[in-house]
Design a protein around this ligand. Structure first.
Ligand code: ITT
Length: 204
């Protein structure tokens, strides 16, 4: 039987993207549609870690959560940890407006960050971080994805995330990187556990 991990999120897009990554490792995702408890903090790691522990306390089993954000260079990292709130308030048009004086792409640098926190217990939380550099486009482009996807162009692409399939976005994205790191860690540790068992068996 394959490995299955719990993922606490209210965001269906995150689930689909994470599923597409982890299936390559033979790992299934069991989503738990629970509101994650988000503290106000400037660090995504701290937000994700706290949320993972709260989710663990709630479900009583190892569980993953993810906190992500878009950091725009010329806006000193805004919206960062407040990405969700800013998206719901000023939205994509508001962000484009804030950047309207920056006429060349090079002055519109931004970084997408995803932090996956996997709580194995209340005291033991593994952190996997994915970072993707890119630019804020001049206009809203594409209909795929969610959130800031229609205005984010990763380095080495001319497309926004919203103009890509899930698979293509995953090749570039912060979430793709973070979940690949989680997948690698899970696989490595499963093998380690197996090896330990086998060694113990051979030895006795
Ligand atoms: P959770 O239930 O997992 O918290 P959420 O959507 O509230 O889902 P976050 O708190 O991590 O997620 O907020 C991150 C926000 O940043 C998200 O709502 C988007 O607006 C934006 N964002 C994160 N990753 C993104 C991506 O891959 N593409 C576009 N926007 C993204």
């Amino acid at each position: 039987m394959g490995l299955e991990i719990l993922f606490a999120t209210t965001n269906e897009h995150k689930i689909r993207e994470a599923e597409a990554i982890l299936k390559n490792f033979g790992i299934m995702i069991k989503p738990i549609a629970t509101e994650k408890i988000e503290i106000q903090h400037s660090s995504l790691e701290e937000i994700a870690k706290f949320a993972a522990i709260q989710a663990y306390v709630k479900v009583g089993k190892p569980v993953a959560v993810e906190d992500s954000g878009l950091f725009i260079e010329k806006l000193n990292g805004f919206p960062g940890p407040y990405s969700n709130y800013v998206y719901k308030t000023i939205g994509l048009r508001g962000i484009l407006k804030l950047l309207e004086d920056y006429k060349d792409l090079g002055s519109r640098k931004a970084v997408f960050v995803a932090v996956v926190a996997y709580a194995l217990s209340e005291a033991n939380v593994m952190i996997f971080k994915g970072v993707t550099e890119g630019y804020i486009s001049f206009n809203i482009r594409g209909s795929g994805g969610f959130g800031y996807d229609p205005i984010f162009i990763p380095y080495n692409s001319t497309k926004t995330f919203a103009e890509m399939s899930i698979e293509e976005k995953n090749l570039y994205s912060h979430r793709g990187k973070a979940f690949r790191a989680l997948g690698e860690w899970l696989i490595k540790n499963i093998n380690l556990f197996k090896e330990i068992k086998e060694k113990a068996y051979k030895g006795f």
